[in-house]
Design a protein around this ligand. Structure first.
Ligand code: ADP
Ligand code: MG
Length: 310
Protein backbone atom coordinates (compact mmCIF):
# COMPACT_ATOMS: atom_id res chain seq x y z
CA UNK A 1 0.00 0.00 0.00
CA UNK A 2 1.25 3.48 -0.96
CA UNK A 3 2.25 5.66 2.02
CA UNK A 4 0.81 9.10 2.81
CA UNK A 5 4.06 10.74 1.73
CA UNK A 6 4.41 9.01 -1.62
CA UNK A 7 0.68 9.63 -2.22
CA UNK A 8 1.24 13.38 -1.83
CA UNK A 9 4.37 13.28 -4.01
CA UNK A 10 2.66 11.21 -6.66
CA UNK A 11 -0.65 13.05 -6.97
CA UNK A 12 -0.43 16.51 -5.40
CA UNK A 13 3.12 17.89 -5.49
CA UNK A 14 3.64 20.27 -8.39
CA UNK A 15 7.03 20.37 -10.13
CA UNK A 16 7.31 24.13 -9.72
CA UNK A 17 5.35 26.94 -8.11
CA UNK A 18 2.93 28.82 -10.35
CA UNK A 19 2.39 31.81 -8.12
CA UNK A 20 4.99 34.49 -7.40
CA UNK A 21 3.81 34.75 -3.78
CA UNK A 22 4.65 31.14 -2.90
CA UNK A 23 8.01 30.97 -1.13
CA UNK A 24 7.70 27.38 0.15
CA UNK A 25 5.13 24.75 -0.82
CA UNK A 26 4.40 21.12 0.10
CA UNK A 27 6.96 19.22 2.18
CA UNK A 28 7.79 21.19 5.31
CA UNK A 29 5.84 21.76 8.54
CA UNK A 30 4.32 24.92 7.06
CA UNK A 31 4.19 26.58 3.68
CA UNK A 32 5.42 30.16 3.34
CA UNK A 33 3.70 32.95 1.41
CA UNK A 34 4.71 36.57 0.92
CA UNK A 35 1.98 39.19 1.13
CA UNK A 36 2.86 42.39 -0.75
CA UNK A 37 2.70 45.65 1.26
CA UNK A 38 -0.59 47.44 0.89
CA UNK A 39 -2.52 44.15 0.53
CA UNK A 40 -4.72 42.11 2.86
CA UNK A 41 -4.84 38.31 2.91
CA UNK A 42 -8.35 36.97 2.16
CA UNK A 43 -8.91 33.48 3.62
CA UNK A 44 -11.84 31.09 3.18
CA UNK A 45 -12.55 27.40 3.72
CA UNK A 46 -15.24 25.03 2.45
CA UNK A 47 -15.80 21.35 3.12
CA UNK A 48 -17.61 18.79 0.95
CA UNK A 49 -18.88 15.59 2.59
CA UNK A 50 -19.94 12.51 0.63
CA UNK A 51 -23.73 12.04 0.54
CA UNK A 52 -24.21 15.57 1.92
CA UNK A 53 -22.56 17.80 -0.71
CA UNK A 54 -22.00 15.27 -3.47
CA UNK A 55 -23.36 11.91 -4.61
CA UNK A 56 -21.36 8.76 -3.83
CA UNK A 57 -21.06 8.09 -7.60
CA UNK A 58 -19.65 11.56 -8.34
CA UNK A 59 -16.96 11.71 -11.02
CA UNK A 60 -13.67 12.23 -9.10
CA UNK A 61 -12.20 14.74 -11.59
CA UNK A 62 -15.38 16.84 -11.47
CA UNK A 63 -15.32 16.60 -7.68
CA UNK A 64 -11.73 17.90 -7.57
CA UNK A 65 -12.72 20.76 -9.88
CA UNK A 66 -15.85 21.67 -7.92
CA UNK A 67 -14.13 21.52 -4.51
CA UNK A 68 -11.55 24.05 -5.65
CA UNK A 69 -14.08 26.11 -7.66
CA UNK A 70 -16.40 26.71 -4.69
CA UNK A 71 -13.48 27.95 -2.60
CA UNK A 72 -12.06 30.19 -5.36
CA UNK A 73 -15.60 31.54 -5.85
CA UNK A 74 -15.52 32.94 -2.30
CA UNK A 75 -12.28 34.76 -3.13
CA UNK A 76 -13.89 36.09 -6.34
CA UNK A 77 -16.81 37.41 -4.29
CA UNK A 78 -14.36 39.42 -2.12
CA UNK A 79 -12.50 40.82 -5.13
CA UNK A 80 -9.41 38.85 -4.06
CA UNK A 81 -6.80 37.39 -6.40
CA UNK A 82 -6.22 33.74 -5.47
CA UNK A 83 -2.63 32.77 -4.69
CA UNK A 84 -2.59 29.44 -2.83
CA UNK A 85 -4.72 26.68 -1.32
CA UNK A 86 -4.35 23.85 1.18
CA UNK A 87 -6.21 20.54 0.91
CA UNK A 88 -7.34 18.33 3.80
CA UNK A 89 -8.37 14.90 2.55
CA UNK A 90 -10.17 12.30 4.64
CA UNK A 91 -10.35 9.08 2.64
CA UNK A 92 -12.01 5.76 3.56
CA UNK A 93 -9.15 3.93 1.81
CA UNK A 94 -6.43 4.71 -0.73
CA UNK A 95 -7.81 4.28 -4.24
CA UNK A 96 -5.04 5.36 -6.62
CA UNK A 97 -7.37 5.52 -9.59
CA UNK A 98 -9.76 7.82 -7.70
CA UNK A 99 -6.87 9.98 -6.44
CA UNK A 100 -5.38 10.33 -9.92
CA UNK A 101 -8.66 11.65 -11.36
CA UNK A 102 -9.48 13.79 -8.34
CA UNK A 103 -6.06 15.47 -8.31
CA UNK A 104 -6.13 16.04 -12.07
CA UNK A 105 -9.47 17.88 -11.85
CA UNK A 106 -8.25 19.87 -8.86
CA UNK A 107 -4.80 20.78 -10.22
CA UNK A 108 -6.08 21.59 -13.72
CA UNK A 109 -8.35 24.32 -12.31
CA UNK A 110 -5.55 25.49 -9.98
CA UNK A 111 -3.26 25.83 -13.00
CA UNK A 112 -5.84 27.94 -14.87
CA UNK A 113 -5.70 30.55 -12.10
CA UNK A 114 -1.97 30.16 -11.21
CA UNK A 115 -2.92 28.93 -7.74
CA UNK A 116 -0.42 26.75 -5.85
CA UNK A 117 -1.43 23.77 -3.71
CA UNK A 118 0.97 24.52 -0.84
CA UNK A 119 0.04 21.89 1.75
CA UNK A 120 -2.66 19.94 3.49
CA UNK A 121 -3.40 16.91 5.58
CA UNK A 122 -4.35 13.31 4.81
CA UNK A 123 -6.37 11.18 7.19
CA UNK A 124 -8.56 8.07 7.13
CA UNK A 125 -12.32 8.20 7.63
CA UNK A 126 -15.59 8.90 5.77
CA UNK A 127 -14.85 10.74 2.49
CA UNK A 128 -14.53 14.43 3.43
CA UNK A 129 -12.80 17.06 1.32
CA UNK A 130 -11.72 20.44 2.71
CA UNK A 131 -9.93 23.29 1.01
CA UNK A 132 -8.61 26.49 2.50
CA UNK A 133 -8.06 29.16 -0.14
CA UNK A 134 -5.97 32.30 0.21
CA UNK A 135 -5.97 35.41 -1.95
CA UNK A 136 -4.79 39.00 -1.83
CA UNK A 137 -6.73 42.22 -2.17
CA UNK A 138 -5.54 45.84 -1.85
CA UNK A 139 -6.28 47.21 1.63
CA UNK A 140 -9.84 48.56 2.02
CA UNK A 141 -10.86 47.31 -1.45
CA UNK A 142 -12.37 43.95 -0.49
CA UNK A 143 -15.99 43.56 -1.63
CA UNK A 144 -17.96 42.97 1.56
CA UNK A 145 -21.60 42.03 2.14
CA UNK A 146 -22.33 44.83 4.59
CA UNK A 147 -21.80 47.90 2.44
CA UNK A 148 -24.73 48.08 -0.03
CA UNK A 149 -26.44 51.50 -0.05
CA UNK A 150 -30.01 52.58 -0.76
CA UNK A 151 -30.33 53.43 -4.48
CA UNK A 152 -27.52 51.07 -5.58
CA UNK A 153 -28.26 48.99 -8.66
CA UNK A 154 -28.17 45.16 -8.27
CA UNK A 155 -26.36 43.15 -10.93
CA UNK A 156 -25.33 39.54 -11.44
CA UNK A 157 -22.79 37.85 -13.69
CA UNK A 158 -23.76 35.09 -16.14
CA UNK A 159 -27.07 33.20 -16.02
CA UNK A 160 -29.29 32.16 -13.14
CA UNK A 161 -30.54 28.63 -12.54
CA UNK A 162 -28.53 26.57 -15.01
CA UNK A 163 -26.82 24.59 -12.23
CA UNK A 164 -30.21 24.16 -10.56
CA UNK A 165 -31.57 22.74 -13.80
CA UNK A 166 -28.55 20.39 -13.89
CA UNK A 167 -29.50 19.13 -10.43
CA UNK A 168 -33.15 18.64 -11.52
CA UNK A 169 -31.87 16.60 -14.48
CA UNK A 170 -29.71 14.49 -12.14
CA UNK A 171 -32.81 13.96 -10.00
CA UNK A 172 -34.78 12.65 -13.00
CA UNK A 173 -36.19 15.65 -14.91
CA UNK A 174 -36.05 14.67 -18.59
CA UNK A 175 -34.53 17.31 -20.83
CA UNK A 176 -33.13 16.86 -24.34
CA UNK A 177 -30.22 19.32 -24.29
CA UNK A 178 -29.06 18.38 -20.80
CA UNK A 179 -25.29 18.67 -21.32
CA UNK A 180 -24.79 22.41 -20.67
CA UNK A 181 -26.88 22.43 -17.48
CA UNK A 182 -25.15 19.31 -16.14
CA UNK A 183 -21.77 20.92 -16.83
CA UNK A 184 -22.80 24.02 -14.91
CA UNK A 185 -23.77 21.83 -11.96
CA UNK A 186 -20.67 19.59 -12.00
CA UNK A 187 -17.93 22.03 -13.06
CA UNK A 188 -18.81 25.61 -12.08
CA UNK A 189 -16.27 28.32 -12.96
CA UNK A 190 -15.26 30.79 -10.24
CA UNK A 191 -15.76 34.36 -11.51
CA UNK A 192 -12.27 35.54 -10.55
CA UNK A 193 -11.80 38.06 -13.39
CA UNK A 194 -15.19 39.64 -12.72
CA UNK A 195 -14.43 39.91 -8.98
CA UNK A 196 -11.15 41.71 -9.73
CA UNK A 197 -12.89 44.05 -12.19
CA UNK A 198 -15.44 44.96 -9.51
CA UNK A 199 -12.84 46.37 -7.08
CA UNK A 200 -13.60 50.07 -6.65
CA UNK A 201 -16.87 49.63 -8.58
CA UNK A 202 -19.20 47.37 -6.56
CA UNK A 203 -20.40 48.51 -3.14
CA UNK A 204 -21.16 44.93 -1.99
CA UNK A 205 -20.78 41.45 -3.48
CA UNK A 206 -21.58 37.78 -2.79
CA UNK A 207 -21.31 34.56 -4.80
CA UNK A 208 -24.52 32.66 -5.53
CA UNK A 209 -23.92 29.31 -3.83
CA UNK A 210 -27.24 28.77 -1.99
CA UNK A 211 -29.60 30.57 -4.40
CA UNK A 212 -30.19 34.22 -5.34
CA UNK A 213 -32.86 34.86 -2.68
CA UNK A 214 -30.76 33.44 0.11
CA UNK A 215 -27.46 35.00 -0.98
CA UNK A 216 -28.83 38.45 -1.89
CA UNK A 217 -30.68 38.17 1.44
CA UNK A 218 -27.27 38.08 3.20
CA UNK A 219 -26.27 41.39 1.56
CA UNK A 220 -29.61 42.95 2.53
CA UNK A 221 -29.44 41.77 6.14
CA UNK A 222 -25.82 42.78 6.69
CA UNK A 223 -26.28 46.12 4.92
CA UNK A 224 -29.60 46.78 6.73
CA UNK A 225 -31.44 47.57 3.49
CA UNK A 226 -34.11 45.94 1.27
CA UNK A 227 -34.39 45.30 -2.46
CA UNK A 228 -36.72 44.81 -5.38
CA UNK A 229 -35.71 42.48 -8.20
CA UNK A 230 -37.41 42.38 -11.60
CA UNK A 231 -38.46 38.97 -12.94
CA UNK A 232 -38.38 40.09 -16.57
CA UNK A 233 -34.75 41.20 -16.24
CA UNK A 234 -33.37 37.95 -14.72
CA UNK A 235 -30.77 36.34 -17.03
CA UNK A 236 -32.39 32.96 -17.73
CA UNK A 237 -30.99 30.61 -20.39
CA UNK A 238 -33.33 29.15 -23.01
CA UNK A 239 -33.04 25.81 -21.15
CA UNK A 240 -34.22 27.32 -17.85
CA UNK A 241 -37.03 29.16 -19.67
CA UNK A 242 -38.10 25.86 -21.29
CA UNK A 243 -38.01 24.13 -17.88
CA UNK A 244 -40.23 26.85 -16.35
CA UNK A 245 -42.65 26.75 -19.30
CA UNK A 246 -42.97 22.97 -18.94
CA UNK A 247 -43.18 22.68 -15.15
CA UNK A 248 -44.54 26.05 -13.98
CA UNK A 249 -41.70 26.03 -11.40
CA UNK A 250 -40.83 29.76 -11.48
CA UNK A 251 -39.13 29.48 -8.10
CA UNK A 252 -36.30 27.18 -9.25
CA UNK A 253 -33.90 29.84 -10.64
CA UNK A 254 -34.46 32.01 -7.55
CA UNK A 255 -33.81 29.36 -4.89
CA UNK A 256 -31.47 26.83 -6.51
CA UNK A 257 -27.79 27.13 -5.64
CA UNK A 258 -24.56 25.98 -7.25
CA UNK A 259 -24.41 28.66 -9.99
CA UNK A 260 -21.37 30.35 -8.40
CA UNK A 261 -22.10 33.56 -10.30
CA UNK A 262 -21.56 36.88 -8.49
CA UNK A 263 -24.42 39.07 -7.27
CA UNK A 264 -23.28 42.64 -6.56
CA UNK A 265 -24.51 46.17 -5.95
CA UNK A 266 -23.20 49.28 -7.72
CA UNK A 267 -23.70 52.97 -6.89
CA UNK A 268 -25.49 54.57 -9.86
CA UNK A 269 -22.47 56.75 -10.77
CA UNK A 270 -20.35 53.60 -11.37
CA UNK A 271 -22.90 51.64 -13.42
CA UNK A 272 -21.01 52.46 -16.65
CA UNK A 273 -17.86 50.75 -15.19
CA UNK A 274 -19.26 47.24 -14.74
CA UNK A 275 -17.66 44.38 -16.72
CA UNK A 276 -19.33 42.79 -19.78
CA UNK A 277 -21.84 39.93 -19.41
CA UNK A 278 -23.42 41.31 -16.25
CA UNK A 279 -27.16 41.92 -16.01
CA UNK A 280 -29.00 44.56 -14.01
CA UNK A 281 -31.64 42.70 -11.98
CA UNK A 282 -32.95 45.17 -9.42
CA UNK A 283 -32.42 48.04 -6.98
CA UNK A 284 -31.49 48.44 -3.32
CA UNK A 285 -34.32 50.13 -1.37
CA UNK A 286 -34.83 51.57 2.10
CA UNK A 287 -37.83 49.28 2.79
CA UNK A 288 -36.41 46.12 4.41
CA UNK A 289 -37.10 42.70 2.86
CA UNK A 290 -36.90 41.37 -0.69
CA UNK A 291 -39.58 42.01 -3.30
CA UNK A 292 -40.12 40.68 -6.82
CA UNK A 293 -41.67 42.81 -9.55
CA UNK A 294 -43.40 40.45 -11.97
CA UNK A 295 -45.96 41.35 -14.67
CA UNK A 296 -46.63 44.69 -12.97
CA UNK A 297 -47.26 43.13 -9.53
CA UNK A 298 -44.98 43.21 -6.49
CA UNK A 299 -44.62 39.97 -4.50
CA UNK A 300 -42.83 39.62 -1.18
CA UNK A 301 -40.11 36.95 -1.14
CA UNK A 302 -38.37 35.00 1.62
CA UNK A 303 -35.01 33.27 1.46
CA UNK A 304 -36.76 30.06 0.38
CA UNK A 305 -39.45 31.44 -1.91
CA UNK A 306 -42.69 33.37 -2.00
CA UNK A 307 -44.18 34.54 1.26
CA UNK A 308 -47.48 35.71 -0.18
CA UNK A 309 -48.89 37.20 -3.35
CA UNK A 310 -50.35 40.67 -3.53
P1 ADP B 1 2.75 17.21 9.54
O1 ADP B 1 2.75 15.90 10.21
O2 ADP B 1 3.94 18.07 9.82
O3 ADP B 1 1.43 17.94 9.64
P2 ADP B 1 2.14 15.76 7.17
O4 ADP B 1 2.87 14.49 7.31
O5 ADP B 1 0.69 15.81 7.45
O6 ADP B 1 2.93 16.90 7.97
O7 ADP B 1 2.35 16.29 5.66
C1 ADP B 1 3.62 16.37 5.05
C2 ADP B 1 3.59 17.46 4.01
O8 ADP B 1 2.63 17.14 3.00
C3 ADP B 1 3.17 18.82 4.57
O9 ADP B 1 3.89 19.82 3.86
C4 ADP B 1 1.70 18.88 4.25
O10 ADP B 1 1.28 20.24 4.10
C5 ADP B 1 1.62 18.12 2.94
N1 ADP B 1 0.31 17.44 2.73
C6 ADP B 1 -0.27 16.47 3.49
N2 ADP B 1 -1.45 16.08 2.98
C7 ADP B 1 -1.64 16.81 1.86
C8 ADP B 1 -2.65 16.88 0.88
N3 ADP B 1 -3.76 16.12 0.93
N4 ADP B 1 -2.50 17.76 -0.14
C9 ADP B 1 -1.42 18.56 -0.20
N5 ADP B 1 -0.41 18.53 0.67
C10 ADP B 1 -0.51 17.67 1.70
MG1 MG C 1 -0.38 16.67 9.19
Amino acid sequence: MISEFSLIDKFFKQKKHLNEHTNLGIGDDCALLSIPTGYELAITTDTMVENVHFFADADPAQLGHKLLAVNLSDLAAMGAKPIAVTLALTLPHIDENWLRQFSSGFLELARQFSVDLIGGDTTQGALTLTVQAMGIVPKRQALKRSTAQIGDVIFMTGNLGDAGLGLKIKQGYRYEAAQAALERFHTPMPQIGKGLALRGVASACIDISDGLLSDLGHILKQSEVGACIEWEKLPLSSSVKAYIAQTGDTLMPLISGDDYELCFTVPSQFVHCIPANCTQIGTIEAQLGLRLLKAGHIETLTATGYEHFS
